[in-house]
Write a protein that binds this ligand. Structure first.
Ligand code: OGA
Ligand code: NI
Length: 308
């Protein structure tokens, strides 16, 4: 079993209805799907791979060698302990956004990643529009909801590496979680696997596929869609060989945006409005998420109401 692979170029042709149906199925049944022919050029993707790998070697690797997970895993081995490190991830990661500082020593990194982010943001908007249409919402609904009244939606890019791990059974690459935000566009390694999703109680691989962009939906799409598009649990396994590169871009609401189920998708039964999901300010949700990222998601929706 593997997650759906969808030809995104079909959205602009005679097979548009079929492509939309595939996207709807990906959102409803899987929460994860891969896009091919998405319009991001292979040449740009090759450059992204190169500058991110160069950046790891030039600016990150040394730091990872001295990081907490590496130290604690060494200690376990020295103590001959059988314990697993449950509260850490075997991951090197940094964030790129419009207003933070970017790595500056790697030739071409900033230029390439700025170009990549601009392209991915446009792709994210096209994907959100397909979701609007599939959900029967006005085109642009999700983007507008994420923008809020006075602030812009947040577009962030996490550059991650999962270096080879000498004891992959003792630590996760990234612990299981659902994503907090909106739509996530992931450019993952085309050789080293490790990403898995929980599907019908089983962990299945997100198969590496050259030049594909993996799409998944976060908790805010679950709320907006009133549970039609559920955020799905996923994790990254640590592996003994290969340094897995993974670049995840997040199209998220502004911290100030108010998120609630779209009224079009809320049913009224016997005059009572169904209230599975609350209405909240996204920044408040993120405060809860920061504490509870690796715990079951449902209590987060309750906690954010109490926090208001
Ligand atoms: C994440 C995530 C997966 C990966 O950053 O939330 O799930 O492959 N990343 O890095
Ligand atoms: Ni995630």
């Amino acid at each position: 079993m593997s997650i759906p692979v969808i030809d995104f170029s079909k959205l602009n042709g005679e097979e548009r209805a079929k492509a939309l149906a595939q996207i709807a199925n990906g959102c409803e049944e899987w929460g994860f799907f891969q896009l091919v022919n998405h319009g991001i050029s292979e040449e740009l993707l090759q450059r992204v791979k190169k500058v991110c790998s160069d950046c790891y070697t030039m600016e990150r690797e040394e730091g990872f060698k001295n990081s907490t997970p590496v130290k604690l895993l060494n200690e376990l081995v020295e103590k001959k302990s059988d314990d697993k490190l449950e509260n850490l991830d075997w991951e090197d990661v940094f964030l790129l956004s419009d207003d933070n500082e970017w790595p500056s020593k790697t030739p071409g990194f900033k230029e390439t990643m700025a170009e990549y982010r601009a392209e991915l943001k446009k792709l994210g908007e096209k994907v959100m529009e397909a979701m609007d249409e599939n959900l029967g919402l006005p085109i642009g609904y999700i983007k507008k909801a994420f923008n809020g009244e006075e602030a812009d939606a947040f577009f962030g890019t996490k550059v991650s590496h999962y270096p080879p791990c000498p004891h992959p059974e003792r630590i996760n690459g990234l612990r299981a979680h659902t994503d907090a935000g909106g739509v996530i566009l992931l450019f993952q390694d085309d050789e080293v696997s490790g990403l898995q999703i929980l599907k019908d109680g089983q962990w299945i691989d997100v198969q590496p596929l050259s030049n594909a962009i993996v799409i998944n939906t976060g908790d805010q799409i679950e709320v907006l869609s009133n549970g039609r598009y559920r955020s799905v649990w996923h994790r990254v396994l640590a592996t003994p060989d290969g340094n897995r590169r993974s670049i995840a871009s997040f199209y998220n609401p502004s911290m100030k945006a108010t998120i609630a189920p779209a009224s079009e998708l809320v049913e009224k039964v016997n005059q009572e409005v169904d209230q599975t999901y609350p209405k909240f300010v996204f920044g408040d949700y993120m405060s809860v998420y920061a504490e509870q990222k690796f715990l079951p998601k449902e209590p987060r929706f309750q906690a954010v109401v109490r926090a208001m």
